[in-house]
Design a protein around this ligand. Sequence first.
Ligand SMILES: [Zn+2]
Length: 207
Amino acid sequence: MEKFLTVCAALILTAGMWSAEPETRKIALTFDDGPHPVYTEEMLKVLEQEQVPATFFLLGENAEQYGEQVRMIAAQGHLIGNHTWRHVQVTSLPKEEAEEEILAVSSLVEELTGNGTSYVRPPFGIWDPELEEELDMIPVLWTIDTLDWTTQNVDWIVEKTVQDAGENDIILMHDSYESTVQAAERIIRRLKAEGFEFVTVDQVIMD
Ligand SMILES: [Zn+2]
């Protein structure tokens, strides 16, 4: 009987150890439409302070103007993606023009940072699969739209996002607003406390 109890205790202990194993749920923060001359740097400060990586889908016309911010994003180890040169709906253009909208951004990013981009977030979430083959790029959409560009209500953005957050979610935000910087900081803290691990978007897609 004593032996039996010992075995039981050992089993319970083992089960306990298993359930105590820290479960990490990956989640990715993504920022579109930048870089912005003010808020991209603010966002980078938050990310550095919280020690989390993110993914920035850049517009060519902004990257051309704010090259220093592009270099800072890369220097901090974040992933850079492509959001077309002028924020176009790729299916509304002849194929060659649509390709050029994307290729020009990749060349500029490579020129500025030494690395091109393999990931593209098509504006409006509208993509042409034929482009994917031609350009050999991976389209990245999102699973949580924070609608941060529609409101400056930080509480609302934070609550909505934290409630919806789950494993392998891809959160869409825009590093063009003070309210987004504040919301991102609170979202990161809340989700970290819930056991989420922030990763760049490639790590969620590859999962
Ligand atoms: Zn956009």
